[in-house]
Design a protein. Structure first.
Length: 326
């Protein structure tokens, strides 16, 4: 910390009353206020240590994890990394991720989920409830540090450089933190595909649909089914699946494959029969929609209409594909 930050910290300490109920809200106010300031990382950590002195041991670990998010601002850094990846600047994205791993090591934070016991990592409340329902567990705590995204992006960079085995390892690490991540399952599937592990590839692809809760997730899943059909010389089926993928979200890959396939009529029965033999479903998982609808009702009952509308939009996106061409 520089002199200004040290003086500010000493001033805060001098004005504390020594009573938990009065001091904790004051300290947290400073933490949230200065978390957006550039170069105040160590200051936030110092405030966090000050706040922890008021807490019993059972709460200190979870509180320390929350302070990490305030101090290091993982999500802003990961947003920048995602932007680099979207621009195909994977070398710069990889460098950014390495800096995050260096920070985690410096802070002596575990890199493996097993060190956290019953903690998992969910960046969305829906994922939290999907995990509780799918795994049939109630005793689960959420890690605020986005390990799932860190490993997802790290695996994606490795896959881009054709390090598929290493990418697969990173996918597994991410899934240990977030076992219901459709993104991680899909990336895992594409790595397995490159490693010619077909049955494992199919299973990971099925799980990517099982937990799919976005239009993008549905689009890429259906496009992957189109590639499977095309490889099997089922050009009309592949064409139909490209159209279904585009109905969820447009992509260059979908349009490219659409041009390579045949736009012949395909009955729903033929489509379903073909993919039924491969044990692939063509519609969103009702389990996801049911869980989202339960959340919507809870938010409405609590008066949180913004959150209720957000999940209602998600359900609408899953159940009502855009008309082709829109």
């Amino acid at each position: 910390m520089d002199r200004t930050q040290t003086e500010l910290l000493n001033s805060i300490k001098e004005n504390l009353s020594g009573e938990k109920a009065l001091d904790l809200p004051v300290i947290m106010k400073y933490i949230t206020s200065y978390s957006s300031y550039e170069g105040y990382e160590e200051f936030i950590y110092a405030l966090g240590d000050l706040a922890k002195s008021y807490l019993s041991d059972e709460f200190k670990q979870d509180f320390s994890l929350s302070i990490e998010v305030y101090a290091f601002d993982y999500f802003t850094k990961l947003d920048a990394i995602e932007h680099l990846m979207n621009r195909r600047q994977y070398d710069l994205a990889f460098t950014g991720l390495e800096k995050i791993f260096e920070h985690l090591n410096k802070r002596h934070l575990p890199l493996l989920q097993e060190a956290y016991g019953n903690h998992r990592c969910f960046t969305d409340e829906l994922q939290y409830h999907l995990y509780k329902d799918a795994a049939k567990v109630t005793d689960v705590l959420n890690i605020p540090i986005p390990y799932d995204l860190i490993y997802l992006y790290h695996a994606a960079c490795l896959k881009h450089t054709k390090n598929h085995k290493e990418a697969l390892i990173e996918c597994e690490k991410g899934l240990s933190f977030d076992p219901v991540s459709s993104d991680l399952y899909f990336l895992k599937a594409t790595c397995l595909k490159q490693l010619n592990r077909q049955e494992d590839y199919y299973e990971a692809l099925r799980l990517s649909l099982y937990f799919a809760c976005t239009r993008a997730a549905m689009s890429r899943y259906l496009l992957e089914l189109a590639f499977i059909a095309h490889k099997d010389n089922q050009r009309a089926i592949a064409h139909e699946m490209c159209k279904r993928s585009i109905a969820y979200m447009k992509s260059c890959d979908a349009f490219d494959l659409l041009e390579e396939t045949e736009g012949l009529p395909v009955t729903i029965e033929r489509l379903e029969d073909y993919f039924k033999q491969l044990n692939f479903k063509l519609e969103p998982n009702p389990f996801v929609i049911q869980t989202a609808n339960t959340l919507i009702k809870q938010y409405q009952a609590n008066g949180n209409l913004e959150a209720a509308n957000e999940y209602q939009t998600m359900v609408n996106h899953l159940t009502n594909r855009k008309k082709e061409g829109n």
